[in-house]
Design a protein around this ligand. Structure first.
Ligand SMILES: C[S@@+](CC[C@H](N)C(=O)[O-])C[C@H]1O[C@@H](n2cnc3c(N)ncnc32)[C@H](O)[C@@H]1O
Length: 318
């Protein structure tokens, strides 16, 4: 199996995770196994890495590599959504978790998979699900085709505007509703391109970019998954343990920033409350006062790193 993905900010991720021999670590987004591999080598035979992915393709690829000794025997694989982190950790009876990492979004292998609909440059069925075969009725999973072909105009416009941060959400949503049904990525991308002004973003990005991002986020309920997964990670970490998140757009980064801020605050009372009544106990120390970006050298080597934003925090002793 040829699963291509160049890990982003690997050195920075490992520096912040501060993993040591014998540690138990969770990689919530296995992907091509770039982080998992280095973590596995660092924790060694006395340590454990639990590697999670919603995508069967990532799990199969890692299974194959473990069997062929290209990945370590200390890796436990879980084909699941990281929003179920608490259950996954309990099922695998893991304790004293020293580090947890999230590398959000999708991998290059998924983007380039011709059988899936993540890319507007390839013609494929309109399926933007991370799980090729998501468990029936899995929370939050919606078929991309249903969003496009069944959702009402206002709801469609709302996700394109909110998840795609798309200025022309109204025009695009109207064009979709007027011209549907759609079953293939190319026909959808063409309808989007026809709906926006000719000089869209002065030619800097394809007009379909933001709408495709919005559809992917809605299909996988990505923002709620991150919120739930990250909250579970903070609960699960041992004292002194670290959580690192690499995100690729401002909506994800805002969730990470706000959750870290809240967990690091001694008071979460609303501003109008003059004297604190919440008795909130801070559980995190923020390690990245400002978001960390990839180096120019990495961006030159791997343009995907351009939009990466890393935030890290440490669980307090209390
Ligand atoms: C950017 S890739 C990870 C790449 C990985 N760090 C590496 O070095 O190869 C993101 C992966 O996370 C998975 N993923 C995204 N959201 C997920 C979720 N909510 N639960 C589980 N896996 C998820 C995707 O299927 C994809 O394989």
């Amino acid at each position: 199996m040829d699963y291509r993905h160049e890990p982003v900010m690997l050195k920075e991720v490992m520096d912040f995770l501060r993993v040591q021999s014998g540690d138990t670590v969770v990689d919530c987004t296995l992907g091509g196994g770039g982080y998992t591999n280095v973590i596995s080598q660092t924790v060694g035979d006395s340590g454990t890495v639990l590697a999670i992915d919603a995508d069967e393709m990532a799990i199969r690829n890692a299974e194959f590599k473990i069997q062929n000794s290209e990945l370590g025997q200390n890796i436990i694989l879980a084909h699941d959504n990281f929003r179920n982190l608490k259950k996954i950790i309990e099922k695998n009876q893991l304790q004293e978790i020293r580090a947890i990492v999230f590398d959000c979004g999708l991998s290059s292998a998924q983007l380039q998979d011709r059988t899936r609909g993540f890319s507007f440059e390839l013609d494929a069925p309109l399926n933007m699900s991370f799980g090729i075969h998501p468990p029936a009725g899995e929370a939050g999973h919606i078929a991309t085709e249903d969003i496009i072909n069944k959702w009402q105009l206002e709801k469609l416009k709302e996700i394109i505007r909110n998840y795609g941060e798309e200025r022309f959400a109204g025009r695009i949503a109207s064009a979709i509703v007027r011209n549907r049904l759609f079953f293939r990525t190319k026909e959808l991308a063409n309808a989007i391109r026809a709906a926006v002004p000719n000089n869209y973003e002065r030619g800097r990005i394809d007009p379909a970019t933001r709408t495709f991002q919005a559809l992917r986020i809605a299909t996988n309920d990505e923002l709620a998954s991150l919120q739930e997964g990250l909250a579970a990670a903070v609960d699960a970490l041992a004292a002194g343990g670290r959580v690192v998140v690499v995100s690729f757009h401002s909506l994800e980064d805002r969730i990470v920033k706000q959750l870290f801020k809240r967990e690091a605050s001694a008071c979460v009372c609303p501003p109008e409350v003059l004297q604190c009544v919440c008795n909130h106990q801070p559980r995190l120390k923020i390690l990245t006062k400002k978001v960390v970006a990839a180096t120019a050298a990495e961006i030159a080597r791997n343009p995907r790193a351009r939009s990466a934003k890393l935030r890290a925090a440490e669980k307090l002793n209390f």
